[in-house]
Design a protein around this ligand. Structure first.
Ligand SMILES: Cc1cc2nc3c(=O)[nH]c(=O)nc-3n(C[C@H](O)[C@H](O)[C@H](O)COP(=O)(O)O)c2cc1C
Length: 202
């Protein structure tokens, strides 16, 4: 698959089939993740691949609880597309073949200060993983709801104090009635300028 096709069709997938994901495929995804740019090439990342059903169930319970609390806090906006499937994602987490927790060291990757270089040292890896998954026909979605239970998640998985979880990424083949599709984003001219802020791109 052309990289441009993977990019333009890698939309969030939140409903998965129970088709297994092979160990070899998981390795391919993790090779892609760990090829990403990162501050000073210090590779202060760790990735936890969760396949154990009971562990996934507990992650799903926390996800569902966080989603339920978030929905009640933000009201109607919660029923926009990105949130609508949150409940089912939590409920179904134990049945999703693979859950990846992307983690980043707590302090030592601050090289320049300024904008969040810790996030910038883990999210390119997450995107590499997701694009590679897309190219292999696998669905993913980057999620962060679980961070509302960061302490509990870290304790469950034995994640040491020197690391935070940055994203929880379900990975699996899409459910039969779910397809990849063109991502929906605003027009380029609203957000891309040339030479000076506000000037349209040629
Ligand atoms: C920082 C971040 C946090 C996100 N957290 C969640 C989440 O907790 N649950 C979820 O279902 N999607 C989450 N998403 C996915 C977004 O909802 C999704 O990327 C966005 O709505 C665009 O959807 P699309 O890729 O299908 O076009 C998150 C995305 C980002 C970048």
């Amino acid at each position: 698959m052309e990289i441009s096709e993977a990019i333009s069709t890698q939309r969030a997938i939140r409903h998965f089939s129970d088709r297994p994901v092979s160990d070899e495929t998981v390795r391919t995804l993790m090779e892609a993740a760990t090829s990403a740019p990162n501050a000073g090439n210090r590779q202060q990342w760790r990735f936890l691949v969760v396949r154990d059903k009971e562990t996934k169930r507990r992650l799903g319970d926390w996800y569902l609880q966080a989603w339920t609390e978030t929905v009640s806090r933000i009201g109607d906006e919660a029923y926009t597309q990105p949130y609508r499937s949150g409940g089912v994602l939590g409920e179904q987490m134990e049945n999703i073949p693979v859950i990846v927790l992307a983690c980043i060291a707590t302090g030592s990757s601050h090289i320049t200060g300024g904008l969040d270089t810790r996030g910038a040292s883990i999210y390119p890896a997450v995107q590499n993983l997701m694009l590679t998954a897309r190219s292999l026909g696998l669905g993913t979605v980057i999620t962060t709801m679980h961070t509302q239970f960061e302490t509990e998640v870290k304790q469950l998985l034995g994640i040491p104090d020197q690391f935070d979880t940055a994203a929880l990424i379900p990975v699996g083949y899409p459910a039969p009635d779910v397809s990849f599709g063109d991502v929906s984003r605003g027009p380029l001219d609203d957000v891309v300028y040339q030479d000076r802020w506000g000037n349209p791109l040629d």
